[in-house]
Design a protein around this ligand. Structure first.
Ligand code: SAH
Length: 467
């Protein structure tokens, strides 16, 4: 970040403007709008400056610039048409530690002026750090067009209601719901835009009279396998509206960075050396948070309904009558297959695909004879510890020992590693990767040599094969 954006409070603060022409006039207008106590220094002033001076809105100092003019000033803008004078102002300001902007010269500026969209008290500032002023202006125009004119009035209204909302609604959840309804109230927006205060007041009173449902809700959201770009739009909306986010180890940092900043984050995954929070306890956390009237997002790696125990968590909520919904995610098999160039089905290779847990509850749960059948692709989740068993069972049940296999570690992330081999090597190769990893078994793996696009971006294909 080259510049820190801040909004300065300049009411009645002494500021200096050097220059008396058209550009200076524009800057003077801004500083006066911000309530600054303005002194303007120039050899000559255009007419507007004299008008302002006569109205007592600013003080004129006619003549050459001198450093003492900076005494007691909070900031200075140099807007003369002389590069030397501007440079002198900048140098003197720096010596006296006064923030200085030289118009159209970002190199000589300890602050720069952004393009602004003024919907006071809502202010939007856009800057390109002096690199592309035209681009910043274009952005400003776009924002001007999409930010409704009544936005400022809405913000002022919200400000005037804050205390009352706090008093009337005890829970954070109820307050949030009130604000969300108020801010998305189309008819209220219309009344504000029309300056129909009477109608606006009625509409606000109606909102206060409505009971803000105290009950919270839980949204089960699939975060996808790692790459934050694979989160769905719905998932993004949910994590940006959440009061609480309950997440575990498989949710990537990139996704967590998208969560609403002031949402509470509860980690329920396994940390090095510690066990996971037991499923029972996770169910309980979800229930308790929702019962506090909060909007809870249960964020899970991949898809919540594929080896995610999403169903179990929802059952508890359903029993307790807590409203819930589910946002699917891209499951590891889809993400990893795409990012490793291994299509899970292919007309010449596999007519079906099976997602299999390597972590079956008891022996005998998996039908190995069916798994070993031809023309299908097997994807094992949580299979690393069982890799040797998988290898042995599939071969015992008739699968060729030379069947291509791939292990995909940290799929879709920048740390993705793919190891290819044959079924007979599965147990040995599994020892070379760490969790989370998927095991793909099937002749589709051979397509990777042609279709691998992702690893080839950062590691040459021959090296990635050796990895
Ligand atoms: N609900 C998740 C799966 C959870 S089970 C989903 O739909 O993807 C956890 C297992 O998923 C891990 O043991 C691993 O086998 C697999 N997995 C999850 N993310 C992965 C990733 N980025 N790369 C490889 N395997 C992954």
């Amino acid at each position: 970040m080259d510049y820190l954006p801040i909004f300065c409070q300049l009411q009645r603060k002494a500021c200096l403007l050097v220059g008396g022409g058209e550009v200076a006039e524009r800057k003077a207008r801004l500083l006066l709008d911000a309530g600054a106590c303005l002194t303007v220094n120039a050899l000559q002033f255009n007419n507007q400056f004299h008008v302002w001076a006569e109205l007592g809105q600013l003080t004129l100092v006619e003549g050459a610039f001198y450093a003492d003019l900076l005494a007691e000033k909070w900031l200075v803008i140099a807007a003369t048409d002389s590069a030397e004078v501007n440079a002198l102002v900048y140098q003197s300001a720096n010596q006296q530690r006064v923030f200085c902007n030289v118009v159209d010269d970002p190199k000589r500026a300890s602050f720069i002026m952004p393009s602004i969209i003024d919907r006071s008290p809502i202010m939007v500032a856009v800057s390109s750090g002096g690199k592309a002023p035209v681009l910043a202006r274009l952005l400003r125009e776009k924002l001007e067009a999409i930010l409704p004119q009544h936005l400022g009035k809405l913000a002022n209204l919200a400000g005037s209601l804050r205390q009352r909302v706090k008093q009337q609604f005890a829970s954070i959840g109820a307050r949030r719901r009130f604000w969300e309804k108020l801010l998305a109230h189309d008819r209220l927006a219309q009344s504000l835009a029309n300056e129909d205060t009477e109608l606006a007041t009625q509409q606000v009173e109606q909102l206060f009279a409505e009971r803000q449902e105290e009950q919270g809700e839980v949204v089960l959201v699939g975060a996808g396998p790692g790459d934050a770009g694979l989160l769905t739009l719905k998932g993004l909306q949910q994590i940006q509206q959440a009061d609480v986010v309950v997440y575990d180890r498989l949710v990537s940092d990139g996704i967590m960075a998208l969560v609403r900043r002031d949402a509470e984050r509860i980690f329920v995954g396994k940390r090095a050396g510690y066990h996971c929070v037991p499923q029972e306890q996770i169910n309980q956390i979800l229930l308790e948070q929702a019962q506090r009237g909060l909007r809870v997002v249960r964020l899970k790696g991949g898809d919540p309904f594929i080896f995610g125990r999403g169903g179990e968590e929802l059952e508890t909520l359903a029993e307790a009558g807590i409203p819930f919904s589910v946002v699917p995610g891209i499951t590891a098999a889809s993400g990893c297959s795409a990012y490793s160039g291994i299509p899970l089905t292919h007309r010449d290779h596999a007519q079906s695909v099976r997602l299999v847990t390597g972590h079956a509850k008891t022996d005998g749960e998996l039908d190995w004879a069916r798994l070993a059948a031809e023309h299908q692709t097997l994807v094992f989740y949580m299979g690393l510890n069982q890799a040797a068993v998988i290898q042995q069972q599939l071969i015992t049940h008739g699968m060729a020992a030379s069947m291509p296999i791939a292990l995909i570690e940290n799929g879709t992330s920048t740390r993705q590693r793919v190891i290819e081999g044959e079924l007979a090597q599965l147990g040995t190769l599994a020892a070379q990767v760490t969790s989370p990893s998927l095991i793909v078994v099937g002749s589709v793996v051979s397509l990777r040599s042609k279709l691998n696009w992702f690893a080839s971006r950062d590691i040459p294909p021959n090296l990635s094969k050796m990895a």
